[in-house]
Ligand binder design. Structure first.
Ligand SMILES: Nc1ncnc2c1ncn2[C@@H]1O[C@H](COP(=O)(O)OP(=O)(O)O)[C@@H](O)[C@H]1O
Ligand SMILES: [Mg+2]
Length: 235
């Protein structure tokens, strides 16, 4: 099978605009992650309070930054309700992936090689009726263990916490999460509530990414972030 071509220029700033402020921000985020103890950096869930705050954008670009540094990286589309990674890496969202594996239909989840060197992807698979139940199965925990041995970094692109339990269930299984908030969009209240929900679920909250902060660059404006993997403040 040909390697899926990565695309959606809006999404892949690190590949398509390597000199931009945003690309530099992701390299900084890579460093923040790599400064953590080894056991903390291997697998992490990206979640947020609400839809559209940049979980996919941030996790994909961090994955590319890590892959560019020679790390073996796996991205898992764990948003079984609204999968998105197929748009970045051009494969059919409804084909084999995490959901059919967890439902017992395949022996292992299909791992797709991408055209980004060192970066592989597991799709969400066909949309199941019961994502949170699937994510809580022992098979998920077992698979996470296998991936953690095989890859240097496993990044899970999860749904937002608001209204559904999938991301809490997944983050509990994986043990660690990074919360993405969007400048001008996520309220302090939502941030605190979501951080508390994660902590109460026993999840190690590695940090908060502020996504979409406008950064002046001469006459242009790029996008940057602050606060990756530095812990949540302002409680
Ligand atoms: N920092 C950013 N700069 C430019 N566009 C962004 C940025 N963050 C997110 N987007 C765009 O905003 C939309 C929502 O982001 P996405 O990552 O899909 O959110 P989520 O996964 O949290 O639902 C997408 O079209 C994405 O390309
Ligand atoms: Mg998404």
């Amino acid at each position: 099978m040909a390697a899926p071509r990565s695309g959606d220029g809006a999404l892949l700033v690190l590949r398509d605009q390597p000199r931009s402020a945003a690309a530099e921000a992701y390299r900084g985020m890579r460093t923040s992650l790599q400064l953590l103890p080894q056991d903390k950096q291997s697998s992490v869930v990206f979640t947020s309070c609400n839809q559209g705050e940049g979980k996919t954008f941030c996790s994909v670009n961090l994955a590319i930054a890590l892959a560019a540094a020679g790390k073996r990286v796996l991205m898992v589309d764990a948003d079984m309700r609204r999968p998105t990674l197929h748009k970045a890496f051009h494969y059919d969202a409804e084909t084999s992936g995490l959901s059919d594996f967890l439902a017992g239909q395949t022996a292992t989840p299909l791992v797709r090689i991408t055209d980004v060197e060192n970066l592989s992807v597991v799709g969400s698979g066909p949309v199941p009726p019961n994502p949170s139940e699937l994510l809580g199965l022992p098979a998920m925990l077992q698979m996470c263990g296998c991936w953690a041995e095989e890859y240097d970094h496993v990044l899970f692109d999860a749904p937002p916490v608001s209204g559904i339990t999938d991301p809490l269930v997944l983050a509990r299984v994986v043990g660690r999460a990074i919360l993405v908030v969007r400048a001008g969009q996520t309220s302090d209240r939502s941030l605190r509530r979501t951080a508390d929900q994660l902590r109460n679920a026993g999840v190690d909250l590695l940090g908060v990414v502020l996504n979409g902060r406008r950064v002046p660059q001469g006459f242009e404006y790029g996008y940057g972030y602050v606060g990756a993997a530095t812990g949540v403040s302002g409680r």
